[in-house]
Every structure is written in C-alpha cells, then in structure tokens.
Design a protein. Structure first.
Ligand SMILES: [Zn+2]
Length: 309
C-alpha cells in the first residue's frame, strides 16, 4: 500500500492495478480516504453535534500517571495485569490478587484527572445546558472521569472502587483505605516483595446481613464477559450518536475496535485523539495525533456558535 503526503481533507487516493485508460502506470486499485487533522473542520462538525459519544481508554489514564501493568515495563512484582486480573488467579490466590488491587486503589489516591478528563467533563456540563448530550464510554477502572465531573458515564470494565460479593452478588461502592485491616501496608510492587499470604477470612468480606462472602473487585477480568445490560445501553448510545470521539485508545484494542468502526460504518463522523495512527484510523473522519491532554481541550472548547455557555 502506498501512502502519499496529502493535506486535503478526505482526499481519495487511487493507485491503480493494471492499465488505467490513458495511463501506463501499474499499481493496486485502492479507494482510501485519509482522515483529516484539520481542527477547524472538526470544530464545524462538533458545533452541529447534538449527541456525542466519547470512547476512552488507557491512554487518557496514562497521562495522569496511572500504571496499566501491561506492555514493556508494566509489572507488579513479577506479573502483568493479564496474569492477575483473571478469575483463575483469584481462585488460586485471592490474597495476591487483592494485594494487587489494594496497591492500585492506593496509587489512585495520589492521581488526578488531567486536562483531557476535565475538557470532556466541562464539555458535557456546557452542552447539557444547550439541550445537547455527551456520553462517556470508558474501559478505564480508575474513576478519573467521575472525579473530573463526568456524569453520563459507562464504565464498561467496572471500577477499582466497587466490590462484588462472590456469594450473594451484591455490588457496592467502596473507598476504604485500606479496604480491610489485613491489607494495611501490603501490596508492595517491587519484584522481590513477598506475598502477604493473608488468610481468606481476613480478606474483604461482604457486609450484607449474615453473608460474609468473599468480595472481589467489581472489574471485568480477562476471560470474562461484559455486563449485558450495560452493553445494551452502550450500543444504544452508539446507534443514536451523531459524533463519536475515540480518545487514548488505539482502535485496534478493545473496546474502540468494536465500537468506533460500527459508528463510522453508519456514516457518522469519528474523530480519534491518540498517540499513534493504526489501521482503524483510516476508516475515521479525523485523527489528531499527540497527548490527548494537549489535543482534546482546544477541540472541545466553546464554539462561537454556542449561545449558552
Ligand atoms: Zn454477600
């Protein structure tokens, strides 16, 4: 595939395979629309949008210094998230998995929303006064969108600050630090840190009447399925949105890989804000490369046509 340096919005390149009439050049026939990075054009679309769906991923959290425990250097002790964030790991060693999540909860006490989180929340608040809607669909479990003030929020992978009972299924918010006395001072991330080996009866337990079941973090682990009710709500938002933003996620990685191309296929503009372009980028209307804390605020600031701010 040949990419040429185009600067024109939605310019269609055609590289021909075989002989084009009047041409002797050989090549492959491709209809390829390149996404635009023209902010003024995006702002025209933004100004008309009535229902904006914002899909966010790990990149937004990373800009707040939240570790992901994935990829190069992303370790807690000797493990990455995919080794500990599984139902099997929890069944085998609930103490170790709770240490991992306790550490992640404690880390979040020192993290704050960044300009991307704040721009999304401010945009929602402002547009709601104009009868326009912003909905955030995030795979992040750190609640930074909530902290920034986002109200219309779907946390499709759950939250670090919710627990679910393994026995009765009860889901509760939980902001205790530490979440139980036995985890106080535990969860050290260094590779040589020893397992606390906390007896299961001393791990977080359900406080529903007489239950005392073992609690787990209410997050979606590897190998688990998303909540079907929540997924149906998200699907509905994606079907009615008239602008979709993909922020801090590569669009080859779930969930943007599943959601954004589906919106683009309806002919609805999709704008991607992230550090790199991917094969999926080519199916979108706009792509703004760079840290989303830098690229997003000017994109979502009040437009001159907005009468109510
Ligand atoms: Zn229970």
């Amino acid at each position: 595939m040949i990419f040429l340096p185009f600067h024109t919005r939605r310019l269609v390149t055609q590289v021909y395979f075989g002989l084009k009439p009047g041409s002797r050049k050989k090549g492959i026939v491709v209809d390829m629309a390149r996404p635009s990075s023209n902010l003024a054009d995006f702002r025209e679309v933004f100004a008309k949008a009535k229902h904006i769906a914002v899909i966010t991923g790990a990149g937004v959290s990373a800009e707040s210094g939240v570790p992901t425990f994935r990829g190069a250097g992303g370790y807690w002790r000797k493990w990455q998230a995919q080794h500990l964030a599984t139902p099997e790991a929890f069944a085998r060693n609930p103490s170790r998995v709770w240490e991992f999540y306790h550490y992640r909860r404690e880390v979040m006490l020192t993290k704050s929303p960044n300009p991307a989180h704040l721009a999304i929340a401010e945009c929602e608040s402002r547009l709601s006064k104009q009868g326009r809607k912003v909905v955030v669909i995030t795979q992040n479990i750190d609640e930074l969108h909530r902290k920034a003030g986002t109200r219309n929020l779907h946390e499709i992978h759950g939250s670090l600050f919710k627990t679910r009972c393994n026995t009765c299924g009860s889901v509760k918010e939980n902001y205790k630090s530490p979440i139980c006395p036995a985890l106080l001072g535990k969860g050290a991330p260094e590779p040589d840190a020893a397992d606390a080996a906390i007896p299961v009866e001393d791990l977080p337990r359900c406080e529903e009447n007489g239950c005392r079941g073992l609690l787990r973090p209410n997050v979606v682990w590897f190998g688990e399925t998303l909540d079907s009710t929540l997924l149906a709500e998200v699907e509905k938002e994606l079907e009615i949105c008239d602008l979709c933003l993909v922020v801090g996620t590569s669009s080859v990685v779930y969930p943007a890989a599943m959601f954004a191309p589906q919106v683009a296929a309806r002919g609805v503009p999709v704008a991607e804000f992230n550090m790199e372009s991917t094969p999926a980028t080519m199916g979108f209307t706009f792509h703004f490369q760079g840290p989303c804390g830098t690229t997003l605020p000017p994109a979502l600031v009040r437009h001159e046509t907005e009468l109510i701010s």
